[in-house]
Design a protein around this ligand. Sequence first.
Ligand SMILES: [Fe+2]
Length: 239
Amino acid sequence: MIASFYPRDRHRHPQALTPDYKSSVTRSPRYPLLSIDQTTSERTGPTFGHGDINPGDNDLLLNHAQTGDPIGERIIVHGRVLDENAKPVPGALIEIWQANAGGRYRHRNDRYLAPIDPNFGGCGRTLTDDTGAYAFRTVKPGAYPWRNHGNNWRPAHIHFSVFGTAFCQRLITQLYFEGDPLISLCPIVRSIADEAAIAALTARLDMKTTASFDAIAYRFDIILRGQPATPFEHQLEGN
Ligand SMILES: [Fe+2]
């Protein structure tokens, strides 16, 4: 069978140069991009095995707990990884990282006023199952200020990395939460010109998956290519 090829629709992805997002001015390339052929090592390895993942790695409520549960709004984030033909992508490694409920990362360079939560690490990982499904338990991250124009706040967000079967098959994006008024004000979000693409990064409240008297749920499907593809970043680390 001959597979269809879906070229990346760059209009849906963040523009490299968006001066309102100040650091994009120095980060963006000044010369035309070059394509570099991949070598065997990039196409084939290193890879990971199912044995590298522990069962509790997707539970951020417990995976760093020292003396009790982390502070914050308890949430379930779940969805499916699908290809351009809506077929499930099993065995994809999903890694997430996020700020705590106060908007503070557990990272030595984060000096925000909000306190570190001793019971929250902010990192998790899991593999998609045979239906392409994944799920995490965590707390809803807080908004935080960042140095851009003096009064810029990141909307609540969770960073996502999706690994395929080879080292070069890594995609990075961010999840936002339905109804957050900071989404439309954020210069990083605004580096995506297409409103439909921003909507694709916005997790939807999912009352069907809520755990009664425990956690509310948000749904976030990740589509790898084709018309409804999830926008991905061009940088390895983001704010
Ligand atoms: Fe962030």
